[in-house]
Design a protein. Structure first.
Length: 58
């Protein structure tokens, strides 16, 4: 589980917008990229966020 403190400092690496925890993923409300959380560690990589974007378009 991600702590509130950590969540508050996490921003989308693509657009620097704060991300929100949505289920098991961190979602950027600005560019809609979704970042996975693995073993409690948020994977804040643009590449990872892009995967979610592509999944939804196809
Ligand atoms: Zn973003």
């Amino acid at each position: 589980m991600i702590s509130k403190e950590l969540l508050e400092i996490l921003v989308c690496p693509a657009c620097k917008t704060k991300v929100v925890l949505e289920g098991e993923r961190l979602v950027c409300s600005n560019c809609m990229r979704k970042y996975p959380v693995r073993n409690g560690i948020p994977i804040m990589l643009i590449e990872e966020g892009d995967k979610a974007l592509q999944d939804e378009k196809s």
